[in-house]
Write a new protein. Structure first.
Length: 70
């Protein structure tokens, strides 16, 4: 099994974003770092699919809409 190397990173975020991360972490009973890792992995998913010329779609009621990164 391959071990992951970790690197400490310090970031400055607006208070509103920090509050969102803390609230979500508390609701889901995980750490703020776990929430941030998931957010990074979600962005990675979108970037990889965009580079592969694939579309990400969501179903919104009876409609299907494309997710567009900005």
């Amino acid at each position: 099994m391959k071990t992951m190397a970790f690197k400490k990173v310090t970031v400055n975020l607006p208070s509103e974003q920090v509050a969102f991360l803390q609230d979500l972490a508390m609701k889901e009973k995980v750490s703020v770092v776990d929430v941030m890792r998931r957010a990074i992995n979600s962005e990675k998913f979108f970037v990889e699919n965009e580079l592969a010329k694939r579309k990400v779609l969501i179903e919104d009621g009876n409609r299907i809409r494309e997710v567009i990164r900005r």
